[in-house]
Design a binder for this molecule. Structure first.
Ligand SMILES: Cc1cc2nc3c(=O)[nH]c(=O)nc-3n(C[C@H](O)[C@H](O)[C@H](O)COP(=O)(O)O)c2cc1C
Length: 326
């Protein structure tokens, strides 16, 4: 047996193998963020091989929505559709996880019908972005915990809080986007405070469900979020009750053009964080060959490997290593 095919137990959940389908927006929901048949079929097809499938970024608050047909976990009415989705994934032997998010200053004003909010109002050029008050931040924290409760009610076995790719929690963690001078900015601990408050609040609501955090580990600039910040934040997340840390890029985004064709471009960042924590770490970035993914696990560079675009293209990606099931 290869290492990619080995199982992993996290809390009371067992992943049948180390392949993870990372969250990838499909824009197949209704304008109210509800699950559609098309969306269920998309995921049913791709849950055949991975050990875990992370359903795309789902907005916790209409004020943090990114696109018209984004999946929404912002209201109880959406829970039955989400339940059908989680059950569809589970029936294929795959652990269903869902990513919850607020896009913050990256939200589209035309989609949300109001001025986007962020840690502070710099960074966005001509775009009108409002700096959040502490009271408003408490409201957003509650939107996250309400969404987490819905994810649990909908039968997901794991939940991922989105803290990467320049969205709200990443905007707080990065010194490039956080210019606050209150207790939520100015020092590294202050900048990490709101993301950690959200994580702790979510942890309380979901009980022993598996909690994951997608961290934007690198902004690609000396003035931005850097590897030693990522190692420090990883330890703090572990202390706050996170069970799996999913490492991706920060303000550079998930697929920077400069890494085009480079296999494993965010793996070095995942390796750094893995040195600092005891919980499993997911690595990602341009992975194409199953043998490469297998070696990442075998060599102990990461615990779990996320393969996105290749699984979109070919739901049977990795079949030769993971076993013939279809
Ligand atoms: C179409 C598309 C949609 C994506 N949507 C999300 C998302 O909802 N949340 C997220 O954290 N990352 C998202 N990503 C980033 C992927 O999860 C992944 O990190 C990225 O594609 C790099 O992995 P890959 O090279 O294996 O595709 C998206 C990527 C693609 C291609």
């Amino acid at each position: 047996m290869t290492e990619l095919a080995s199982s992993l137990k996290v809390k009371n959940v067992t992943l049948r193998n180390r392949l993870v389908m990372p969250p990838m927006a499909t824009n197949k929901a209704t304008p109210e963020g509800e699950v559609t048949r098309d969306l269920i079929e998309h995921y049913a097809e791709r849950a055949i091989y991975p050990g875990m499938l992370i359903v795309e970024h789902s907005y916790v608050d209409p004020g943090g929505k990114l696109s018209v047909r984004q999946l929404g976990i912002h209201k109880d009415e959406n829970v039955p559709g989400l339940k059908e989705l989680s059950e569809t994934i589970y029936e294929k032997g795959c652990v269903p996880c869902i990513q919850i998010t607020h896009a913050g200053g990256a939200s589209d004003p035309e989609v949300i019908g109001r001025t986007p909010v962020s840690a502070s109002s710099n960074w966005y050029g001509d775009k009108d972005v409002k700096s959040l008050t502490v009271q408003e931040m408490q409201g957003i924290k509650e939107r996250f915990t309400d969404a987490a409760r819905r994810a649990k009610d909908a039968g997901f076995l794991a939940l991922e809080v989105h803290g990467a790719h320049g969205f709200l929690l990443n905007q707080f963690a990065s010194p490039l986007t956080n210019r606050r001078e209150d207790g939520y900015g100015g020092t590294r601990d202050h900048m990490l405070r709101f993301p950690l408050e959200v994580v702790r609040a979510v942890r309380e609501v979901i009980g022993d469900m598996v909690l994951m955090y997608r961290m934007g580990a690198w902004d690609g600039s000396d003035d931005g979020f850097k590897p030693d910040d990522a190692m420090y934040f990883g330890k703090r997340l572990e202390g706050a009750g996170v069970d799996i840390i999913d490492i991706s890029g920060g303000l550079l985004g998930s697929r920077p053009e400069k890494f085009l064709g480079e296999q494993g471009y965010y793996i070095p960042h995942a390796e750094e964080v893995k040195k600092a924590v005891n919980v499993p770490v997911i690595g990602v970035g341009g992975i194409v060959e199953p043998s490469y993914a297998d070696a990442l696990v075998r060599e102990g560079r990461v615990d779990l490997v996320a393969v996105g675009r290749e699984l979109l293209k070919d739901p049977n990606w990795g079949r030769d290593i993971l076993g013939k099931k279809a």
